[in-house]
Design a protein around this ligand. Structure first.
Ligand code: CA
Length: 219
């Protein structure tokens, strides 16, 4: 896996590069947003780790431009511990995950493993998370091998969550997906359907991160 790390804290950046090397990942490091965008434009990276507090361009602007350059490129953002607003903005701009500073390298590696599993799973028609399996070609969902019948919007929301296992989906992101699929979306559509979905699965299957969004699977 080839990584790009955009982080202006030179000490942290070099430490992470070393730890990543021990994990068998090679990381290119740049120390500002401008160099980050240049690297994304020219490089062939599997994932970008992006600090939001950068000296030249705001990290969220870098994220937005990065997604314009390559929409499919996974981006994990690094945020301040209390920056709920920037987490939500980041997710709405297409960030795939976030990690609050300070964090342990082990936590970062776990997130990177989730991201690489997701890239691999995107090629299969089977989405699996614990006891729940969705077959997107057969349009079926099973829980512990028992077939579940889900209304259309619930199926779509579950699909969006399963496709993004371990990655928090904001309410806005889920609303956008329903819009894209031609569904009508009212002000509390997401809450209502998530509530119905929850009742059909084990209680901890869909987790709510208050004020941020929803997630299935390990984070
Ligand atoms: Ca910084």
């Amino acid at each position: 896996m080839r990584l790009l790390l955009v982080e202006d804290d030179i000490h942290l950046a070099n430490g992470l590069r070393e730890s990543l090397r021990h994990e068998g990942c090679s990381a290119d490091v740049v120390f500002n947003g401008y160099d980050g965008l240049t690297a994304i434009q020219s490089g062939d990276f599997d994932i970008v780790i992006l600090d939001l507090g950068l000296p030249d361009i705001d990290g969220l602007s870098v994220l937005k431009k990065a997604k314009q350059i390559n929409k499919a490129l996974p981006v994990l953002i690094l945020t301040a511990r209390d920056g709920i607003e920037s987490k939500v903005q980041g997710l709405d701009l297409g960030a795939d995950d976030y990690l609050a500073k300070p964090f342990e390298p082990a936590e970062l590696f776990a997130r990177l493993r989730v991201a690489s599993r997701r890239v691999n799973q995107a090629q299969s028609s089977l989405l699996q998370c614990g006891e729940v399996t969705m077959d997107t070609s057969a349009h079926s969902v099973t829980l512990n091998d028992g077939l579940l019948s889900l209304p259309r919007k619930e199926y779509m929301l579950l699909k969006a969550l399963l496709e993004n296992q371990g990655r928090v989906q904001s309410k806005q992101q889920l609303e956008n997906k329903l819009y894209q699929w031609g569904e009508e979306v009212g002000s509390n559509t997401i809450e209502v359907h998530i509530h119905h979905l929850r009742k059909k699965f084990p209680s901890d299957f869909i987790k709510t991160l208050r004020g941020i969004g929803y997630v299935v699977g390990k984070r």
